[in-house]
Write a protein that binds this ligand. Structure first.
Ligand code: PEP
Length: 250
């Protein structure tokens, strides 16, 4: 049976005790859930949440990482430090990183390659702004974010990459792309991947949708053929909102 990848991005929320409490609720609420599950707490809570999710069906993720292995990079967190804590997945190129902190495709690509080199699975986030969509530039923007984000990634390494399609206008706004709209963009991303890596490799890539995913729209979104999971922001901050998303099949 197809398994979906449901990930929670906690962003800059929750102290260490709050993170541990949520992680414990999720471990209990998601026991036996057959989907691929991830929580991405703040850096400061990674070590404590790692202890809670160790040996469970929930993977530990980071929300970002530095583009270098180590060195004089004040304020950055390195791939080695993340691995040290048991992090398996790293979210890269989130629209908040792109738009609030000026991260571009070249920097994001550097991080993707570094993560893969160290055995971390990157979630490469892509997505257009409302202005870009309304200006008819959706495919050009998303296509180039995919292609430039994956520059230098081999077909073998692609197996460890997840793409998250997150229309910027749908993140944290309560506006969700319709399942049909989202599926069409996912299909386009697969077309780009097929051009770069061939049909079979493109078909195998997990493409998550992100943007105001809730329990009441998860079923319709996941029913679409090209939607393989969800990257969830706001609704991942409470167990009673996230658990029903991850258990959308129940
Ligand atoms: C996100 O930040 O990745 C996201 C999709 O947020 P939200 O679910 O709150 O729209």
């Amino acid at each position: 049976m197809r398994s979906y990848f449901i990930a929670g991005n906690w962003k800059m929320h929750k102290t260490v005790p709050e993170s541990v409490a949520l992680a414990k609720e999720l471990v209990a609420g998601l026991r036996g859930c057959g989907e691929k599950l991830l929580v991405a707490p703040a850096f400061t809570a990674l070590a404590a949440v790692a202890e809670v999710v160790k040996g469970t069906n929930i993977l530990l993720g980071a929300q970002n990482m530095g583009p270098e292995e180590q060195g004089a990079h004040t304020g950055e967190v390195s791939v080695l430090m993340l691995k040290d804590l048991g992090v398996k997945v790293v979210i890269l190129g989130h629209s908040e990183r792109r738009h609030s902190y000026g991260e571009g495709d070249e920097l994001i690509n550097k991080k993707v390659l570094l993560a893969l080199r160290h055995g971390l699975e990157p979630i490469l986030c892509v997505g257009e702004t409302l202005e870009e969509r309304e200006g008819g530039r959706l495919e050009a923007i998303v296509g180039s974010q995919v292609e430039r984000g994956l520059a230098g990634v081999s077909a073998e390494a692609l197996k460890n990459v997840t793409i998250a399609y997150e229309p910027v206008w749908a993140i944290g706004t309560g506006k969700t792309a319709t399942p049909e709209d989202a599926d069409a963009v996912h299909a386009y991303i697969r077309k780009v991947l097929a051009r770069l890596y061939g049909e079979a490799a493109a078909k195998a890539v997990c493409i998550q949708y992100g943007g105001s995913v809730k329990a009441d729209n998860a079923v319709q979104l996941m029913a679409k053929p090209n939607i393989d999971g969800a990257l969830v922001g706001g609704a991942s901050l409470k167990a009673d909102a996230f658990v029903p998303i991850a258990r959308f099949r129940a």
